[in-house]
Structure formats: C-alpha cells, structure tokens
Design a protein around this ligand. Sequence first.
Ligand code: SAM
Length: 277
Amino acid sequence: MPDAAKRHDPPRFDPTVPNVARMYDYYLGGKNNFAADREAAEQALTFAPELREGAHEARKFLSRVVFFLADEGIRQFIDLGCGLPTQGNVHEVAQGRAPGSRVVYVDNDPVVVAHARALLENNPLAVAIHGDLRQVGDVLADPALRRHLDFTQPVAVLLFSVLHVIADDEVCQRIMDEARESVPDGSYFAISHFVSDLNPDAYAKVAGVYRDKVDIPAHRRTTMRSSAEVIPFFAGLEMVEPGLVYLPRWRPDAADLDRGLPEVSAVGGVGRKLSVS
Ligand SMILES: C[S@@+](CC[C@H](N)C(=O)[O-])C[C@H]1O[C@@H](n2cnc3c(N)ncnc32)[C@H](O)[C@@H]1O
C-alpha cells in the first residue's frame, strides 16, 4: 500500500513505511534508510533508472548555486525541505566559500530535523527548525529563524528537490508568492525539480510510486510536473542566467564540461527579487 491510514502529517518515524527523505538518501548512496525505503526506491528506479544520477546531479547543482550566491555576496541561507544530512550540506558549502555564512535548515520530518541538529551541535552559525513549507509564512516568521538571520539583509531561499513532492500547483505557487513577499529585496530563490519532459510515461509511474507508497501527506499527483509547469514558480523574480535548464547545464564548471554533461530529468534555476523602487 501504504494505505491513506498510514499517512502522517508531519511524517512520523515508521521504518515500515517508505519515507521521502530516506528514499532520497538511498538514491544518494547514504545509510539512513530501511528495507521499505529501499524497496520503494528500487521500484521507482526500475521505471526511471536515471533517478540516482539525477539525485547526484541535484546535489552538484546545490553546490554550484551556493557558490554562486556566496560570490554574489549572500551570507544567509534558508534550506527548505533540507533532507537528511549528506555530503556537501549547505552550511559546509557556504561556509567553505564565505566563512561566517549563516544557515537555517527547515524540514517537516522531525527525524530529519533531529539528524541536522546533531550534525550542527558545534556550528553556532547553522540551526535546524521544524516547519512545513506549505505554511511558509509561519516558517519565515519563526522566532528561531528570525533570531538567527538578519532580515534587513538579503537571504537565499533554497527549494532543492522538494516542490515536486508537493502535489498541488496552487500550493507551490502560494509558497513561492508568500516567501517572495516575506524576504528582503535582493534576496534569491533557487529551485531544483524533477520533471517528466524526457520520459512522461516513466515519470507518471514514478509519481505513482510516491503517491501510493510513500508517507507524503495529500500526495495526489498522477504525473510529474513538466519544466513548463515549473517556470511560473519564478514569477516576480529576475532569472539569473542561464534561466531554468536541465541541472547539469546550470553554470557547469570546467571539469563537468570536460567529462560531458549527462542528461537527467530534473531542471533548476535561480531568480532574484528586485527592489520595487
Ligand atoms: C527529496 S528530499 C530533498 C532533500 C534536499 N533538499 C536535497 O536536495 O538533497 C525532500 C525533503 O523535503 C522534505 N519535505 C517534504 N515536504 C515538506 C514540507 N511540506 N515541508 C517541509 N519539508 C518537506 C522531506 O521531509 C525531505 O526531507
């Protein structure tokens, strides 16, 4: 199944029900997953074997985006739907490039937040809070987040591989609109999103695995979004070059270009909130 009765909001620790964060950890070769997660992930992989490479490319995209933002002078990062800690977490990348960068990790899965807090015990510049991005206004007003960040200065809001697990287009659009209104001018938004474009049938089946088996509240999608359906999420933002593209094509570094860019079914982009005046 798992039947609707096993769906929890927020996700509750149950190793017998596949969990979105642990399945992603499995695609990335991590150890924080159980048999039920591996079984569901393997089923998704039979339909779309490139999911594993897509997840790795998504993490590489994350690093390139954080480098770019640090080079643009951003020193405050909010990682929404941060997932289980892995290699190259946002605070490691950001603080490696720009020491002193402050990071707030947010996830609606309490187990993810507990893992993040354990990792961050000795890093006063990074904190993890529990929050549901479907209530992004509350998340961005959370006192712990506001104590940690200075909202008179721009922030970067990162939504990596998370909007595609939120079924409703209107909910995603509202998340983006509310978040954009809540942050200072000059703030950036980065999104990565798996898409159906290259193989719609396979990704309809992948969406089915998540809809039917995985502990994601109210997940009703029968298809994965196409890249055209992701573009509106950047409304009100000025796109950074090269726009919304397949992840490996977003500002690849020289080593990536030498190796040749793989084809993966996920897109990403960065947009900047302009000042109104
Ligand atoms: C596929 S993982 C991506 C993790 C990480 N951002 C990355 O790119 O590696 C999606 C994460 O989003 C979290 N998530 C899903 N729905 C959420 C929601 N409504 N609010 C906050 N986090 C959510 C899941 O718990 C999971 O940790």
